[in-house]
Design a protein around this ligand. Structure first.
Ligand SMILES: Cc1cc2nc3c(=O)[nH]c(=O)nc-3n(C[C@H](O)[C@H](O)[C@H](O)COP(=O)(O)OP(=O)(O)OC[C@H]3O[C@@H](n4cnc5c(N)ncnc54)[C@H](O)[C@@H]3O)c2cc1C
Ligand code: SF4
Ligand code: SF4
Ligand code: SF4
Length: 370
């Protein structure tokens, strides 16, 4: 706590969970990332829980358990404290953040190619980290038979296929960190880990989630220091699960359990398990967009090691924005070892390709902020 205090001077005017409720949750700015609950629960404080998409006191009696530490308020990605520090630390004052390079690429792994959303870069990056023993686990979003997202920590690269692809509804990925202290002894022994603090994780999430993880890392609080790699996903908007699948079913008669894949390419596309493709005008889904997304000004996940998306990518490829030396090292290895195939930019486009992509990201970001 002393270290945190000296880093932030937080405790002069300390804000606590009640302030978070008033400033963020009740004003519909909460993006359901799960960070507040993950931190509080991982300390065993027994104060707050996630109910659907909403962090809440577990009960009136549990309010008294609140230590008034204020951490939940400061790590929330939608509060202002720590943002200046993060922008400075990650050289991210501009809307797109720090960019080392931008490339387009696709995986050569056939299995990932089949199940991945775009170029399968996220799953390939994680596979490589497991294979090279750079991580012990990865925080991803799996899903049930009705495409309901399930945040999860996985410990084996074989489980990555279960998370590949995109589900366009909220997955509070950070929430899975709340159970870090109850990871089974079997797993720790298998990974040869004596102390839970030595567990090395990669995190995959939306820009708002990456921002919360970076705030947690800035404060060096458990459980964020377990996270060694942050992979951000481009994100224009996200949806309420019940609302989006109700609209989809009304429009197409396809139940979530019959959907193979969903994709946004200007409009919303659904591929059913019978391989039928349905197109829904993206505007039809507006009532299902989460209200916090309407205020969000991040598109490319600027607080990540690499950000991955499809906007502006050649067909079948992902766009990768490399942001840190760590991200660059892994992307270099993946390309030089031939694990991902870099898109060959046509000779006549070479000089302007990167600038065009950056202009495109700027355009998408300002469309968002409008
Ligand atoms: C809500 C949402 C909105 C998006 N909007 C855009 C957009 O507007 N433009 C764009 O270019 N890209 C967008 N993306 C990113 C895009 O859909 C792909 O995730 C990205 O291109 C990576 O593709 P891939 O083939 O490399 O990933 P894969 O190898 O298929 O891996 C996908 C990863 O995404 C994670 N994931 C899946 N669903 C969720 C979820 N709901 N929340 C958090 N993590 C999840 C999985 O854990 C997995 O690790 C969005 C993603 C999400 C989750
Ligand atoms: S104990 Fe701390 S983290 Fe938990 S709710 Fe109270 S102020 Fe927030
Ligand atoms: S930390 Fe995340 S879940 Fe908690 S209030 Fe903020 S946005 Fe919502
Ligand atoms: S649009 Fe912004 S707030 Fe909404 S899920 Fe994406 S990153 Fe989070």
């Amino acid at each position: 706590m002393e270290e945190i205090k000296s880093k932030t001077n937080l405790f002069e005017d300390i804000k606590i969970f009640k302030d978070l409720e008033r400033d963020i949750i009740e004003t519909k700015k909460c993006c359901a990332c799960g960070a507040c609950v993950a931190f509080c629960n991982s300390q065993g404080f027994d104060v707050i829980k996630m109910e659907g998409y909403t962090p809440k006191f577990i009960s009136e009696e549990n309010e008294d358990n609140c230590k008034e530490c204020g951490i939940c308020y400061y790590i929330c990605p939608n509060t202002t404290p720590l943002m200046d520090q993060l922008n400075e630390m990650y050289n991210a004052e501009s809307e797109l953040g720090h960019i080392i390079t931008v490339i387009a690429a696709k995986t050569i792994d056939e299995n990932i190619r089949e199940f991945g959303q775009d170029g399968g870069i996220v799953s390939t990056f994680l596979t490589y980290l497991f294979e090279k023993d750079e991580i012990d686990g990865a925080i991803v979003s799996e899903y049930d038979e009705n495409l309901n997202p399930l945040p999860k920590i996985i410990f084996d690269k074989k489980d990555l296929i279960k998370s590949s692809g995109t589900r366009y509804s909220i997955s509070p990925n950070i929430l899975s960190l709340k159970d870090l202290n109850i990871i089974s002894q079997d797993i720790l022994e298998k990974k040869n880990i004596e102390n839970i603090d030595d567990l090395r994780l990669a995190f995959v999430g939306t820009p708002c989630q990456c921002r919360a993880v970076r705030k947690m890392q800035y404060l060096n609080i458990t459980p964020a220091y377990n996270i060694k790699f942050v992979i951000g996903l481009f994100c224009f908007e996200n949806f309420d699960y019940d609302k989006i699948y109700k609209i989809i079913q009304d429009e197409t008669n396809v139940k979530p359990s019959d959907i193979l894949k969903t994709n946004i390419k200007k409009n919303f596309f659904i591929t059913s398990k019978k391989e039928e493709v349905f197109e829904i005008n993206i505007k039809t889904l507006d009532p299902a967009v989460r209200s916090h997304c309407q205020e969000c000004d991040e598109f490319t996940a600027k607080f990540s090691d690499i950000s991955v998306g499809a906007s502006g990518a050649p067909e079948g490829h992902s766009i990768i924005v490399v942001r840190t030396a760590k991200g660059q090292r892994i992307i270099n290895s993946l390309t030089t070892e031939g694990i991902i195939e870099k898109y060959r930019i046509p000779i006549e486009q070479i000089t302007e390709w990167k600038t065009k992509k950056i202009n495109w990201f700027n355009k998408m970001t300002s469309r968002k902020t409008k």
